[in-house]
Design a binder for this molecule. Structure first.
Ligand SMILES: [Zn+2]
Length: 81
């Protein structure tokens, strides 16, 4: 997040529905970067290309050792089908 006038940048765990204000200037802060949440995952595989597959429901990436898609929660088709 950045305060437009001062350029002060803060990294916070932000709620996407909330508007944040700079502590000093009370300006509305603009979001300049987002980190993708590494959601807690039942998979032990590292998030690398060779360990990932596409969910047949939502087309999002999921680790190959998971049966249920971490994005849409649906049961994915067996690999190789
Ligand atoms: Zn899915």
């Amino acid at each position: 997040m950045r305060t437009p006038s001062t350029g002060r940048e803060t990294v916070i765990e932000a709620d996407p529905d909330r508007i944040y204000h700079d502590r000093d200037t009370d300006e509305e802060m603009e979001v300049i970067g987002k980190l993708l949440p590494l959601s807690p995952s039942p998979s032990n595989l590292p998030w690398t290309l060779e360990n990932l597959r596409f969910c047949n429901w939502c087309e999002q990436l999921a680790q190959k050792d998971l049966n249920d898609c971490p994005t849409c929660g649906r049961r994915m088709a067996p690999l190789g089908s």
